[in-house]
Design a protein around this ligand. Structure first.
Ligand SMILES: Cc1cc2nc3c(=O)[nH]c(=O)nc-3n(C[C@H](O)[C@H](O)[C@H](O)COP(=O)(O)O)c2cc1C
Length: 277
């Protein structure tokens, strides 16, 4: 739906923030694609058009990358048996199997190491947390570019953070070298028209946009309203209510027992060659 009328933009704003007085008066295809985003967890059997993967990777490689180091890679998985094994490692999320393409995004310092070995140059910085962050950020920026490209082609995507539940198992399955780990997966496919997902509301802009300095007090002001917005969203979508958004979200961060194995991440990363100094 790329008709850039004020009415179309108002509808997208209402979907994104809940019905309200918000208005904006400019729009283009790119912003339209961004604002239409919703995660897709139900796919048809339709294969991807030829060259789709290469288009997505060209978009991903067009993202900014710290110092042009390009410290990321991506593994494209289409083999059903491998998708099944990855799904088992990532909380048995069935849509990993049903998506024709499963991309696993990699924070990749292995390339820098092999360049250093070849040129006989030191690469001590690779042992620092900073470089793990650089590679993680690079992989996320690349992945998001690919996601937007996919959505602009009418495809659907969903990120799979659960791929970090078992970093070592995933590294083994994908044959990752030392100094590389999976930051998240991404299902890509044609959305099932019978199970279309809706645009999910976000916090009001006042909650995330601070002007000049951080406004600590704003959170108490906006969260109750967002709880109501999310309640209304789940009701309208006839989805199982999750309870108040703040309580549900807090439940996700209650402690290591809620982390599905990811509380052991430092030890796992150490084993994968990230010293995290
Ligand atoms: C890094 C990351 C990891 C995610 N992991 C999962 C996941 O493992 N399973 C899942 O169903 N959704 C996952 N999601 C999707 C989020 O749940 C989703 O983006 C969020 O609820 C907002 O909904 P929307 O994308 O439809 O707007 C992930 C999203 C991100 C950014």
């Amino acid at each position: 739906m790329n008709n850039h009328t004020p009415h179309a933009l108002k509808e997208l704003l209402d979907a994104r923030y809940g019905k309200g007085p918000q208005t904006l008066d400019s729009m283009n295809d790119t912003i339209d694609t961004l604002m239409q985003h919703r995660s897709v967890r139900a796919f048809t059997d339709q294969p991807l058009a030829p060259n789709t993967l290469e288009l997505l990777i060209a978009a991903a490689q067009s993202a900014s990358t710290s110092s042009n180091l390009q410290t990321w890679s991506v593994i494209a998985v289409e083999d059903p048996a491998r998708k099944q094994r990855l799904s088992d490692l990532a909380g048995k999320q069935a849509f990993i199997n049903s998506a024709p393409l499963f991309l696993v995004w990699i924070a990749d310092l292995a390339r820098m190491q092999s360049m250093g070995d070849k040129r006989e140059k030191p690469y001590g910085s690779l042992d620092y947390l900073e470089m793990m962050l650089v590679a993680t950020i690079d992989s996320a920026l690349a992945a998001q570019n690919a996601a937007i490209a996919a959505e602009s082609l009418g495809l659907g995507t969903v990120y799979i953070g659960a791929i970090r539940n078992n970093l070592e198992g995933v590294a083994k399955e994908l044959g990752l070298p030392p100094r590389a780990f999976a930051t998240f997966g991404m299902c890509v496919g044609h959305p099932d028209p019978a199970q279309l997902s809706a645009i999910k509301p976000r916090l009001p802009q006042a909650s995330v946009l601070h002007k000049e300095q951080y406004n600590v007090g704003v959170h108490d002001q906006v969260v109750p309203g967002y709880n109501d917005t999310m309640d209304a969203f789940y009701e309208a979508q006839k989805m199982k209510p999750l309870g108040a958004w703040d309580l549900h979200s807090l439940n996700r961060v209650r402690g290591p027992e809620a982390m599905a194995g990811r509380d052991g991440m430092v030890a796992a990363l150490n084993k994968l060659g990230f010293a995290l100094k």
